[in-house]
Design a protein around this ligand. Structure first.
Ligand code: ADP
Length: 348
């Protein structure tokens, strides 16, 4: 039963420091059963913090005669790491502690399960924050859309009046510029609404070009210095969820723009075709992805930004893999990062 429960019983004679273990404790420490063991040998396996905490509680237990329970981390000589629940009781004679004894139980599995639950909870909190933000942006887009429409109508009226009356050409130009800008803002808001109102994925066949250009407009609307070069394979028809692909491109472009903090941002979006897939590549001329981040950059909550959520690239990977594609990130030889992903061609 103790083997099944991964539990062992131990005892220490305080006068001689002699240890007595059952087989279960030997197994926890990966020490051959029955070998004589010293306290020093055991303590060498304790992780530093666990050792400090245990020594403090042990001294107090010997002093007061009151036992304790503590979870400790050990690294065995065979290189195994284990979380162990240590229970300690004290036996006294004439008010003096003479023996301490108790159990040691392997709780690594329990601990791993608890950590998994904690990480899922954190993930859930983040996801609900992201979805709250999405709901907020949808409301905001709805609210902003109405005054924008009004501005656009007023500007159209002003333009008509300006053509009929003799207004200075500068003023006519200003009115025209303002009307165009409000039209652009309206288009952006419309796309934001389309995106946040989107529910279940719907795969349709479409050319990527317009989606690429829409995503760039959306991200680069307030980035006048940014240059984007397009090298797109002609007439490549893919089968995918249009809005998800737009979302994916927005995330990649947003990252490229945010990376180029010092210089004006230069981005290149290129596509190339294989027999079955279209490969899309978003490259920038920024500082590149920190080298130590590269292996985990698609994991959730990996971020170097003060206010980053670290979910953007993980969402990108989910979208790409849901479409049967692959995504990877590399740094370019000169400078900058390149994010490449594949999507199935409609014909493929
Ligand atoms: P977030 O943008 O919230 O940090 P992401 O998952 O989108 O989350 O990105 C994770 C991290 O990857 C970023 O914090 C950044 O350090 C790095 N990164 C992503 N794209 C680029 C890029 N184009 N250039 C440099 N670093 C990047």
């Amino acid at each position: 039963m103790s083997a099944l429960a991964k539990i062992g019983v131990w005892e220490c004679d305080l006068a001689t420091s002699e240890l007595t273990w059952t087989d279960g404790v030997y197994d926890l420490f990966d020490i051959p059963r029955g070998t004589p063991v010293s306290r020093e040998q055991t303590l060498a396996c304790y992780e530093a913090t666990s050792r400090r905490e245990m020594e403090q509680l042990r001294s107090r237990a010997i002093e007061t005669g009151i036992g304790f329970v503590l979870d400790i981390l050990i690294h065995t000589t065979l290189g195994n790491s284990r979380w162990i629940r240590l229970t300690v009781d004290v036996e006294q004679e004439d008010g003096k502690s003479v023996h301490i004894f108790g159990t040691k139980q392997d709780i690594s599995a329990e601990r791993a399960a608890r950590e998994k639950v904690q990480s899922l909870q954190t993930e859930l909190i983040h996801v609900s924050r992201v979805s709250a933000m999405s709901a907020m942006s949808s409301t905001l887009a709805h609210e902003v859309n109405q005054p924008l429409t009004a501005i656009s109508n007023y500007m159209a009226a002003a333009r008509r009046i300006a053509t009929k009356t003799m207004v200075p050409p500068d003023l006519a130009q200003c009115i025209e510029g303002a009307q165009e800008a409000s039209g652009r803002a309206g288009a952006i808001i419309r796309r934001v609404r389309e995106m946040s109102a989107h529910g279940r994925p719907q795969k349709t066949e479409f050319e990527l070009e317009q989606v690429v250009k829409d995503a760039s407009d959306l991200v680069l609307a307030d980035r006048p210095g940014t240059t984007v070069t397009y090298r797109l394979a002609p007439e490549a028809l893919i089968k995918a969820d249009r809005i998800q692909i737009q979302h994916l491109l927005i995330n990649l472009l947003q990252n490229a723009v945010e990376a180029a903090v010092e210089k004006p941002c230069q981005i290149e979006i290129s596509t190339s075709q294989t027999e079955t897939h279209l490969e899309i590549c978003v490259s920038d001329a920024g500082p590149g992805i920190p080298i130590e981040l590269l292996p985990s950059v698609f994991d959730t909550f990996v971020t170097t930004k003060a206010h980053g959520l670290g979910v953007g690239l993980s969402i990108c990977r989910t979208i790409v893999e849901a479409h049967g594609g692959r995504i990877n990130a590399v740094n370019l030889p000169q400078h900058g990062a390149s994010l490449r992903f594949t999507l199935p061609l409609a014909a493929g």
